[in-house]
Design a protein around this ligand. Structure first.
Ligand code: AP5
Length: 221
């Protein structure tokens, strides 16, 4: 399956993508995680992206599209992928169409996670992630680690993302409404979008997502 996950910052895209990718046996491709990996490795790309990410704005399309294309060309994505955080504006959606068209493949669906803004702010404010592995994600209230500041999975140090500040979150939400929401409309016109409520426990949201993808697949066959 080739799926795009969309939703505001803090909606739970990364949390759900990790679980869904495991269930569907496809790689989870997160442009945010790819940028953060570049930052922690101190690459040129990471250095260029860091201040833009901290401000809450989008990294330029040219850089982002090249990075996403490169990742999607890796062999583990041949059998499908779950895109989290890409595309994030209409030019990126058009670029993704081109990448897929060149390979003679299409998207199977777009899963849109709907969460009220006050909940998004609560989720981001309490989020803690592991220094060893960005996909080990906790929340001080909703999913606290057994020992404060320590990752349950690998013992790594938990920290708060540098773009999870009040100012950056305000910009990220604004960017989401003005630049990312139009791609939902773009994909809706192609009959690809399923919107699911993403409030409730993590496993309840996962069950809704799996059900939505199953319905989507059955209606296509
Ligand atoms: P990115 O990393 O993609 O950030 P984002 O879209 O803002 O999304 P988040 O990672 O903040 O949230 P999420 O939806 O994954 O939520 P999570 O699962 O962690 O991008 C960061 C930056 O990189 C961008 O601002 C931009 O600068 C740059 N960038 C990335 N892609 C780009 C692109 N394509 N083009 C240009 N620039 C790009 O959950 C949040 C918290 O809630 C966690 O603590 C979690 O434990 C908790 N939680 C999750 N689900 C639940 C639940 N059901 N109940 C209670 N708590 C929950």
């Amino acid at each position: 399956m080739r799926i795009v996950l969309v939703g505001p910052p803090g909606a739970g895209k990364g949390t759900q993508a990790t679980l869904l990718a495991k269930t569907l046996s496809i790689p989870h491709v997160s442009t945010g995680d790819l940028f953060r990996a570049n930052i922690s490795q101190g690459t040129e790309l990471g250095l260029a992206a860091k201040s833009i990410m901290d401000s809450g704005k989008l990294v330029p399309d040219e850089v982002t599209i090249a990075m996403a294309k490169d990742r999607l060309e890796q062999s583990d994505a041949d059998g499908g992928f779950l895109l989290d955080g890409f595309p994030r504006n209409v030019p990126q959606a058009l670029a993704l169409d081109e990448i897929l068209e060149q390979r003679g493949i299409e998207l199977d669906g777009v899963l849109d996670l709907e969460v009220p803004e006050d909940e998004v702010v609560r989720r981001i404010a309490g989020r803690r992630i592991c220094r060893n592995e960005g996909n080990h994600v906790f929340h001080v209230e909703y999913n606290p680690p057994a020992e404060e500041g320590v990752c349950d999975v690998c013992g790594g140090e938990l920290y708060q993302r540098s773009d999870d500040t009040e100012e950056s979150v305000r910009v990220r939400l604004e960017v989401y409404h003005t630049q990312t929401e139009p791609i939902i409309e773009y994909y809706r016109k192609q009959g690809l979008v399923t919107t699911i409520p993403a409030l409730g426990k993590v496993d309840e949201v996962t069950a809704r997502a799996i059900e939505a993808l199953r319905r989507n697949r059955d209606s296509d066959s």
